[in-house]
Design a protein around this ligand. Sequence first.
Ligand SMILES: Cc1ncc(COP(=O)(O)O)c(C=O)c1O
Length: 478
Amino acid sequence: MTDVIKTPENKVQIKVKAPIVEALKNAYDNQSYQFHIPGHTRGNGTLEDFRKLVGKKALSIDTTDEFDGLGTLHPATGPIKEAQELAAKAFGAQKTFFLLNGSTAGNLALAMGLTKKGQKIITNRNCHRSIMTGMILSGADPLWIIPKQLTDWGIWGNIDPESVENLLKENQNVGMVWITNPTYEGVVSDVKSISQVCKKYNVPLIVDEAHATLWSFNDDLPESALTQGADAVVHSLHKTGGSMSQSSMLHIAKDSCLDIAAVEKALKLLHTTSPSLMLLASLDAARANLESPRGKKQIEKAVKNAKYLRNEIDKLKTIHQLKGDFGYKTDVTKIFIKSDKLSGKRLESILEIDFNIEVESATDNGLLILSNIGNSKRDIKYLVKCLKKIDETEYSDIYYMENRKHMPMITPQIKMNLREAYYSDKETVSKEMAIGRISAEMIAECPPGISILLPGELITKAHLPYLLDYDTIDVIKE
Ligand SMILES: Cc1ncc(COP(=O)(O)O)c(C=O)c1O
């Protein structure tokens, strides 16, 4: 939502509405004597070093809902309600909920509000652990789609619409299909075809688009599931959309028949009762920025920078990038690279120690670079220069090779219902003694939060290379 305004110099300015930001600004400009939470009272009651680091202004607007006409989150009222409505419009949704505790909160609420004990939920094995936590809460059972594996890169590939259809054909009592798109590394599935399959079987489709916030605002990026037939979508605005860490959105699609009230009730139960206005304002600000001419330019720049980086990587001899291939596409802004002579971990440490560059994540196979809306062309040029230097230098790969399996790719053997296993009597045993036993805990390291083991799954020798950091595992008591 934008307003065209004229400056005193008669210049035309596009002003994007951001109601929470406005309300917070108003509260800051009209300060009262405060006898309420938060008890640091504009930063006076905290460590001085912290106050200096964060700034008194930031601490002055650290408040929760209920005060100063800022509105409430549950139920959504005032500026918060208005901001959620503006977000729904910007993303093309019927309804949008602001999430604190990340997309994790959205996935938990969807599972808690919409799935039931005894129901089967078709989902990809490389889904985020929050979806599984949600099913522990509801008691539903996952029915696994095992996506393709891009073994040369050590990562999961895309989801076949056929594999979704086969599961729907073979199983009764399927509550919903719940897929992740794109993968953490940017591999994109054909959501349109998957949604057509879901419609054929009359089963709702939820898409975890945690890594795809920008897609709704740029035609060079893949299409959001919100316009491809999904019923609900989660976006981690804080990952790539410019909001503050831990703030996300949950969108209900325009023609979705999901029980919105059930989702809202679950969110109310799951959310804090003291939502941070600063985080909510950052969601409002991120949405307003993304739909403004300035934000659109920033996304165009991120895409252009990514294309430039990819073009330069193509010129290197020993460093290669994951590209869209037959059967799948990639999000151009997520650049997964690997080297012929260095492990991904070694490459990461060279970039960090020798060149002061931090990337999104690394495995033995490769590493992930994000071209973000906040990155300048200068940043990218520096990265290219360093990659060129590394390409031409003889490094030894003796150090930093972890020899561990990073990306869990085990097809699970399910022995018990998730919830039942999680709440069973358990005992803690050494991981070697755990082989042949049934797991009572979820092991899913972040990033990317994909499950190695879930409650109710048989522990086998194949799990051991993923469990180097674990001495013991909780198993079901015999
Ligand atoms: C696919 C996916 N979904 C959900 C989440 C959870 O997001 P958040 O960190 O915003 O809670 C993540 C986090 O990495 C993720 O990768």
